[in-house]
Ligand binder design. Sequence first.
Ligand code: NDP
Length: 369
Amino acid sequence: MDLGFLLHSLIPSWNSVAILATFFAYLAIVGSILPGKVVPGVVLQDGSRLHYRCNGLLSLLVLVGLLGIGAKMDYISPTAISDRGLELLSATFVFSFLVTLVLYAAGCKSRNQGSSLKPHFTGNLIQDWWFGIQLNPQFLGIDLKFFFVRAGMMGWLLINLSVLARSIQDATVSRSIILYQLFSVLYILDYFVYEEYMTSTWDIIAERLGFMLVFGDLVWIPFTFSIQGWWLLSNKPELTTAAVIANCFVFLMGYMVFRGANKQKHIFKKNPKALIWGMPPKVIGGKLLASGFWGVARHCNYLGDLLLALSFSLPCGISSPIPYFYPIYLLILLIWRERRDEARCAIKYKEVWAEYCKLVPWRILPYFY
Ligand code: NDP
């Protein structure tokens, strides 16, 4: 690809802006009108709670259905996204930049003292814009943090489907493409089936909404998590049957640990007496779960996520490091995040946390880290 073409492709076109605007408008409308379980968020410092309507799965299925019908009737091209990958990437980047400037300005003007909207300043403009000023800013009654992460996960699926449509049109569908597509669609659907679990994650409860999070949700998730799909458009690794079986095994193990650990914590928070692996839970200080996956390592859920990330890249073989971008990035992110989360928990739970660390010495991978 020559430099001139690359630079030209990076300029957001009106088409890419229209695709993005339609996508956001669709999400805003269906997010407000489609039915879904309304889940209370965690109790905030001032005792208040936000409520989240978890209708992401229905919104996604309706969207994919509408796009399928549109493609069948020749109203839209199934490769519209894969034909404009770079343009869409730059349009989304520009949008993230602009929206975080607005968030910064709105945060500065806010006089609200509630936990969700209270402005937090360091006085450093770059830092405040990067990390955000408010915890849960809203627009037209929409919780923007929940909205952006939903948009990012759906965007990842839409990119994958469009890339798949391109391979079908080019008649290049291979075992590798099927595996990558299958694993990522299962992961994304699982995310939406368990969307309510998102309401108690670090991003939602602890991170303010600034460029870091908006860029992460809207640009990073859809455009970097799909690198394997793009890479497979022009590379054809040969996978043996044994490699396919091993790859499925890594995916299943990862899924079991990832979903199992997140589910156990969620159930424990709702009902600290609920059985874990069929037995009464081991609880420390009445607050921390120390059995099940949470008795194996203090962040077993991160281990599961890392195995899943690896399983998305293994279909690409080992001829290039490019498809391994996601698991390598995730490894760095989750080690960093685990350290920050531990520091937060040590302050919040004090001696109870110290006791937990003594009982469960491993951070992520038992006997290794
Ligand atoms: P966790 O879901 O692990 O949440 C951490 C919080 O859980 C702690 O702050 C504490 O919160 C509570 N907690 C910790 N240990 C215990 C325990 N033993 N018993 C009870 N409560 C406990 O972290 P994240 O929100 O970071 O991650 C959620 C999921 O999202 C993970 O599976 C992760 O892999 C995934 N993720 C994926 C990313 C990606 O890019 N693919 C990026 C980031 C996360 P409290 O104060 O409420 O008790």
